[in-house]
Design a protein around this ligand. Structure first.
Ligand code: NAD
Length: 290
């Protein structure tokens, strides 16, 4: 079979040699738009896209800009959104309406919006994603926590963020609690409440018995600790983000993935192709049974 790239045997010898010597044409950079582009994370994403020859930042929109108009002139392939929870789903729908794949990093948009975006992407045959944490360490923390979930009776999740974060708990903490319960097939953790709570709220929130605590203070960017407890022992898994550059490689990987696969992603582990930890954890738990 003739290699279509060779041009067949009918080309003169000189032309064949010249074609063989010419370099392989570089892949075109992925055309990416950013909404929330003047925000703390948005600025990092725009800078990263501009620095990487594999990408081209074709639009950078913020609150006062007309995103629809910015996208229509830009032939963007992907919209990365790091804006505010009240705007992110609408921005993503605007993108889908123009056949631009949304990658939403904004947290706190709610499950119903995620379901809607998944449905709209799938109906349009477009990839997309809503990913509550793009930091590799946070993805691995959730994955490891899922592995552990069936082995311990109690669990407390503590997340710390900067004081201007709009939502609490963080999307990551909520998703971690949900995934731990899914890994336990809904079996709740033990969450003892004190007989007297002298300061109301001190025990934090609880999702299926997994305690969830939100710290808001100057200093942290986005930290999370998951503490498991069982008789006579605790296990702590901790992830700390010291700079917003931590989110960049995960965002770029998700941008590549949504274009390459046209799938809808809800976690960085899916983007990275990690095996499902919940089933591994359940297999470990059953092999421990007497
Ligand atoms: N998924 C992750 O890994 C991850 C990591 C960090 C932050 N976040 C989330 O990303 C979001 C942004 O975080 P941040 O720290 O950059 O916040 P920020 O307040 O610094 O930036 C938000 C930006 O969005 C802009 N904005 C407001 N309304 C808009 C609209 N309608 N359209 C477009 N832009 C609009 C604001 O003007 C601002 O520039 C938050 O929800 C945060 O929780 C997610």
């Amino acid at each position: 079979m003739t290699d279509p790239r060779s041009g067949g045997d009918s080309l003169p010898e000189a032309a064949r040699e010249s074609r063989a010597r010419s370099p392989v044409p570089p892949l075109s950079p992925l055309r990416v738009a950013v909404s929330g582009a003047r925000g703390r994370v948005g600025r990092e994403i725009v800078a990263a896209l501009e620095a990487d020859p594999g990408f081209e930042c074709v639009a950078a929109a913020d609150v006062d800009d007309d995103l629809g108009a910015a996208l229509s002139g830009a032939s963007a392939q992907v919209l990365v959104d790091f804006s505010v929870p009240t705007a992110a789903a609408g921005n993503a729908l605007t993108a889908i309406g123009q056949r631009v794949r949304p990658v939403v990093g904004t947290t706190g948009i709610g499950d119903a919006a995620v379901t809607t975006l998944r449905g709209r992407c799938e109906a349009a045959g477009l990839g997309g994603g809503v990913i509550p944490n793009f930091a590799l360490g946070a993805a691995l923390l959730m994955w490891l926590a899922e592995l552990c979930a069936g082995h311990f009776e109690s669990c407390e999740i503590i997340e710390s963020h900067h004081p201007t974060k709009l939502d609490a708990p963080s999307g990551t903490a909520l998703r971690t609690a949900e995934r731990l319960l899914e890994a336990r097939r809904g079996r709740p953790f033990r969450h003892p409440d004190p007989r007297t709570e002298t300061l109301p709220g001190t025990r934090g929130g609880s999702l299926g018995g997994a305690g969830v605590h939100s710290l808001r203070l100057d200093g942290p960017v986005a930290d999370q600790t998951v503490i498991f407890g069982a008789a006579g022992q605790t296990l702590s898994l901790e992830h700390r983000t010291t700079s917003r550059t931590a989110f960049v490689p995960g965002v770029l990987a998700a941008v590549r993935a949504v274009v390459a696969t046209e799938r809808f992603y809800t976690s960085l582990e899916e983007v990275l192709g990690l095996p499902p930890a919940a089933s591994l954890g359940r297999a470990m738990a059953s092999s421990e049974a007497p």
